[in-house]
Design a protein around this ligand. Structure first.
Ligand code: 2IT
Length: 447
């Protein structure tokens, strides 16, 4: 069986040359679903995995807009619609200068399993553009979003494909994208999630990802007989996900000792709480240096220029910045510091060799597909709110979010147990996410 998995990985590499992030996630996921393929030879016979690693559809398109100086700008937009076995394609849009097919495909592939894990009816997709929102005026952002949607609109729809935000795409961008979609199709419908509360958005969607991560971490610790209360937590990033994570950690009695930005990281032994969290909110997604100003504002905090917080001793690490922010040397530093728990907030923040090192050394890892699924889960609740022409209260949302996160942890742990892997949430999440999609694909025939 190992041989067939290797063959699938080779197919993915050959068909998607020069896209290491996509190869990385395919390798990570397929390796852990090997026991499922052994138990289900019909999956192999029906080419299920070969179909899974090939997006159902992918578009790349030109985005032309005019900057504030009257200069014509050309960017490239993408939408990869990966898998619709269990529901319409669902996943965010990322605007960042490093966006290329390898990034969108890695995110789209991960989204299949993440969305399946939520237990909700959503397939997997992802999109974006190689557009850098940093330093752009509000008018430039609006013109870019309008130009982007002028092509994207023909590929999406509330029962077809429902994008949301990701890095570089927040409430402002979603607003401009939604306005342009509505102008073109002349229909008011839930085609995007992460909208503002005044026009169909879901209460709690902004903080959902971060809150969900902390609920998941709480379940991991509980399983191991520990409590979040009083724990020192090293967090990276300073965007939306970090903000929600820090808020909920404080609420549950943990102490956040680090945050990070492009300029380095902050070690704050008093804890990042109170007005410091409001400060994070102010900085959220600004893309500017944030740590040196933080250290100036709060002189007890120490600023480490150009470094990552993984060298700090902590009870729990929560990376919330971006992909591959934890390398093998970081993993070694964490283990040397007695690390017991890593809960991934960002998508695929750990390289495969670092992941292996951590797990081989007894670290309990909560994989991002499971831990950060609260965001997309609330997006699906937003789709339901829009389709039902209704409004849910924050309490209704938070209650569902917590239940969903508890269930994701339970299902991942059970799937790992079922295949004799002990408490391995990385494999368990991949297996549990895969099982539902595989069952649906088998039922729907060769498509
Ligand atoms: O990575 C993710 O799950 C997201 N960016 C959110 C996707 C969504 O459709 O809400």
């Amino acid at each position: 069986m190992a041989k067939i998995v290797e063959q699938y990985i080779e197919i993915a590499k050959k068909r998607n040359p020069g896209e290491p992030e996509f190869h990385q996630t395919v390798e990570e996921v397929l390796t852990s679903i090997e026991p499922v393929l052994e138990a289900h030879p019909e999956y192999v016979e029906s080419g299920l995995v070969e179909r899974l690693i090939e997006p159902e559809r992918g578009v790349s398109f030109r985005v032309v807009w005019v900057d504030d100086n009257g200069k014509v700008q050309v960017n490239r937009g993408y939408r990869y619609e990966f898998n619709s076995a269990i529901g319409p394609y669902k996943g965010g849009l990322r605007f960042a200068p490093n966006v290329y097919p390898g990034i969108i495909k890695f995110l789209g592939f991960e989204q299949i399993f993440k969305n399946s894990l939520t237990g909700l009816p959503i397939g997997g997709g992802k999109g974006g553009a190689d557009f850098d929102p940093n330093g752009k005026s509000d008018a430039e952002i609006m013109r870019f979003c309008q130009a982007f949607m002028t092509e994207l609109y023909r590929h999406i729809g509330p029962s077809t494909d429902v994008p949301a935000g990701d890095l570089g795409v927040g409430a402002r961008e979603i607003g401009y994208l939604f306005g342009q979609y509505k102008r073109i199709v002349n229909r008011y419908e839930g085609v995007l999630t992460g909208k503002g509360l005044a026009y169909g958005g879901l209460a709690g969607r902004t903080e959902a990802t971060g809150y969900g991560i902390v609920f998941f971490a709480r379940e991991m610790l509980k399983h191991c007989g520990e409590d979040l209360k009083g724990k020192n937590v090293a967090v990276s990033g300073f965007g939306n996900v970090t903000w929600g994570t820090v808020q909920k950690l404080n609420e549950l009695g943990a102490k956040v000792i680090t945050i990070s930005g492009p300029d380095g990281y902050i070690y704050d032994e008093d804890g990042v709480s109170g007005d410091k969290v409001d400060y994070l909110l102010e900085l959220r997604g600004s893309g500017k240096n944030i740590c040196s100003p933080y250290a100036e504002k709060y002189p007890n905090a120490k600023f480490f220029a150009g470094k990552k917080p993984w060298e700090v001793k902590a009870d729990l690490y929560i990376p919330c910045a971006t992909q591959n922010e934890i390398h093998i040397e970081d993993a070694k530093a964490m283990v040397a510091n007695g690390c017991k728990f890593l809960c991934e907030g960002a998508n695929m923040p750990t390289t495969n060799d670092a992941l292996k090192y951590l797990m081989d050394n007894g670290v309990v890892v909560g994989p991002s597909k499971a831990a950060n699924a609260g965001g997309v889960a609330c997006s699906c609740i937003e789709m339901g709110q829009n389709a039902g022409h209704t409004v849910f209260s924050p309490a209704q949302v938070y209650e569902q979010l917590e239940t969903i996160m508890v269930n994701i942890h339970k299902h991942a742990a059970e799937a790992s147990e079922k295949y004799g892997l002990g408490y391995n949430l990385v494999a368990g999440a991949n297996i549990a996410g895969f099982e539902k999609v595989a069952e649906a694909m088998m039922a729907q025939g060769l498509v």
